[in-house]
Write a protein that binds this ligand. Structure first.
Ligand SMILES: [Zn+2]
Length: 373
């Protein structure tokens, strides 16, 4: 029951405190208790949440009508009165359309159910220029929407800084201030959530992977970014650029980067760069990946120490994020951050597969939906 679902607002938004929001917050709280596969009676929900019977009935009734939850069997008899009907998440009726812009050469899309299970897929190949247009995204989303019932929203995972549905800056996509949410909502007629791809990966790792409520998540695909989760609240930063470590220069004498600086982390260890170097020097595989792990740990040592996070999870291509890289990163983190007053920070490879961003968008859309009227 990840409480990340009950935290009000989309990542980056602050909690509202108006009385009208109480019902929405209760809805998210109850759904979060049941997600993904817990079954509870109304009375059990009341005991767990501290909400009154009337409040639970009201919120549960609304969610049953809407298709978010369904009634199942009967609760075990505890000897106190009649047995209550069990409630659980309904994985059948409602769907999310997820779109992933973080891969090279194609856009990946899927229909998922509320539990992040992929029901159907579609892809759109990109031309030789590898460029993505809003038209491409809309077309793919429309194709999927035509085949899905009960769509509660569309989620788009994009590399770069994303704020209020707008991709503020993406060196990977070559975009600046591209409004995705506005045009997509107008055309598709459903709410659209746009999220940084690392944030999306982090949401998936928290809800479907091994991640706990405190997590530093590293994302290595076309670009490199991180997402931070503290007490189940995604930390987005003042300009929604929290975790954007890809363009921090760690080698001033290093190769030039499209951002204008030299030796940026992304320029040194992004997956395409490493892949190219491994193809050119297959004999130096261990050394190249060890060096990449060292650079990664150099960049992470400070946030790890500052935030006191003991779990670092790295997602990326399995031939790159392997034992060589992880072991080198762990060694350097141990050398630079271990002390008697904090627990050891473990760095590990993310076990979720290529659908991670698609499944993360299920959660992003659900979070938005639960806090909407
Ligand atoms: Zn750069």
């Amino acid at each position: 029951m990840p409480s990340i679902l009950s935290v009000p607002g989309a990542p980056g938004q602050t909690a509202k405190a108006e009385p009208a929001d109480v019902r929405r917050n209760n809805r998210a709280l109850i759904f979060g208790l049941l997600f993904p596969d817990t079954e509870l009676s109304r009375a059990q929900i009341g005991r767990r949440t501290g909400l009154s019977r009337v409040a639970v009935s009201d919120v549960v009734g609304g969610m049953l009508d809407e298709g978010l939850i369904r009634e199942g069997g009967l609760a075990h008899n505890t000897g106190k009165g009649k047995r209550g009907t069990l409630l659980g998440v309904d994985p059948e009726r409602l769907h999310v359309i997820s779109i992933d812009l973080s891969q090279s050469h194609f856009i990946q899309g899927a229909i998922t159910n509320l539990l992040g299970v992929i029901v159907e897929r579609a892809e759109l190949s990109l031309g030789a220029a590898n460029a993505i247009t809003i038209e491409d995204i809309a077309e793919l989303a429309e194709r999927l929407m035509a085949r899905a019932g009960g769509v509660i929203g569309v989620g788009v995972a994009a590399p770069g800084v994303v704020a209020d549905g707008i991709v503020r800056r993406s060196t990977v996509l070559g975009w600046q201030d591209v409004d995705l949410r506005g045009p997509l909502e107008q055309r598709l007629g459903v709410p659209v959530s746009v999220d940084n791809d690392a944030t999306s990966g982090m949401l998936a790792e928290r809800c479907f992977g091994q991640g706990g409520p405190n997590l530093l998540f590293v994302w290595m695909r076309r670009g490199i970014g991180t997402a931070v989760l503290i007490n189940d609240v995604p930390v987005m930063g003042e300009n929604n650029a929290g975790g954007e470590i890809g363009h921090i220069s760690i080698d001033p004498q290093g190769p030039e980067c499209p951002c204008g600086k030299r030796g940026c982390l992304e320029r040194l260890i992004a997956a395409p760069t490493l892949g190219e170097r491994l193809r050119e020097h297959p004999e130096s595989r261990g050394r190249i990946l060890g060096q990449a792990g060292l650079h990664l740990a150099e960049a992470l040592a400070m946030p790890v120490g500052m935030l006191d996070i003991s779990d670092v999870c790295v997602y990326g291509p399995p031939d790159i994020i392997n034992t060589d890289l992880i072991a080198a990163a762990q060694r350097h983190l141990d050398e630079t951050t271990m002390s008697s007053f904090r627990t050891r920070t473990g760095i590990r490879r993310c076990q979720l597969g290529g659908d991670i961003a698609l499944r993360g968008e299920t959660i992003a859309v659900l979070r938005d939906h639960l806090h909407r009227v």
